[in-house]
Design a protein around this ligand. Structure first.
Ligand code: NAD
Length: 258
């Protein structure tokens, strides 16, 4: 049997990159998966590809802006309808914005916090009631190694991802102390080859291949991550294999923080 048999998972930001990999790996391990994204067509493409590859209908999709509480209500309703409940919530959608502390535009700062942090606040408030009905459950928040290690060039991203890290611990303690049988952990990848790095390459006027080589040289393992390196950690956290793990951070960083 798959490692996530019986799991009912909602993955945000599932149109591409890491979110699409989490959705595919969870489904491969037996979960039913609701793919959500502000790019609803992209989320639908992810679900279609998963179902085609597995030759069964286990992935579904809805359009969902994670900054909008009423969209969260609709997404939770869609989980009830398509999955039959919810017990795994992967808060993956996230953005970076440009600028150091002197140049970062305040609107960009707020947008970064809205997508990366407010999303988890709304998501937990809207999803926890249904998750409690389908416990055991797992909330998996995709932070970043940038939530643990600072850089002068991304104060908004650094501090939003640090907020995700600490928020995850607070959620974990709340769920544990109220006997919900729901765990919450954060995941901290270093650079992974996804479309998010297209933006980074453009911002530095670099060819993406050159950027990947430059990034790889900063990592002790001498390579950037692959989406499945992170998605496999999400499978572990979603499954009951990690049933004693809550309030923890899982670093997938090629040794960069060692
Ligand atoms: P990506 O840009 O390739 O994909 C992000 C997805 O989120 C996109 O499909 C986008 O449409 C969606 N999204 C953006 N705003 C949204 C909103 N308001 N509502 C719903 N969906 C929205 O990024 P990725 O590399 O796959 O990153 C996924 C997560 O992993 C992010 O939280 C990111 O910060 C984190 N992360 C990525 C890396 C990396 O190097 N790729 C490293 C560390 C952490």
């Amino acid at each position: 049997a798959g490692r996530c048999e019986g799991k009912l998972a909602l993955v945000t930001g599932a149109a591409q990159g890491l979110g699409a990999a989490h959705a595919r790996r969870l489904a491969e391990e037996g979960a039913r998966v609701l793919c959500t994204d502000i790019n609803g067509d992209g989320a639908a493409d992810t679900a279609r590809l998963v179902n085609e590859a597995l030759d069964r209908e286990v992935a579904f999709a809805v359009s969902h802006n994670v900054t909008d509480p009423s969209d969260w209500e609709a997404a939770v309703d869609a989980a009830r309808e398509h999955l039959g409940g919810l017990n795994v919530l992967v808060n993956n959608a996230g953005i970076g914005v440009a600028g150091n502390i002197e140049t970062c535009d305040f609107e960009d700062w707020k947008r970064c916090f809205s997508v990366n942090v407010d999303s988890i606040f709304h998501g937990c408030q809207k999803a926890l009631p249904l998750m409690r009905e389908h416990a055991p459950g797992s909330i998996i928040n995709i932070s970043s190694i940038a939530g643990l290690i600072a850089s002068d060039t991304m104060p908004a991203y650094n501090s939003s991802k640090a907020a995700v890290w600490m928020l995850s611990k607070s959620i974990a303690l709340h769920c544990a102390k109220n006997n919900m049988d729901i765990r919450c952990n954060s995941v901290h990848p270093t650079f992974v080859d996804t479309p998010i790095l297209d933006g980074t390459a453009k911002a530095h006027s670099l060819d993406k291949g050159i950027l990947l080589e430059k990034l790889a040289r900063q990592i002790p393992l001498r390579k950037v991550g692959e989406p499945d390196d992170i998605a496999n950690a999400v499978v572990y956290l979603a499954s009951d294999e990690s049933k004693f793990m809550t309030g923890a951070e899982l670093k997938l960083d090629g040794g960069i923080s060692a």
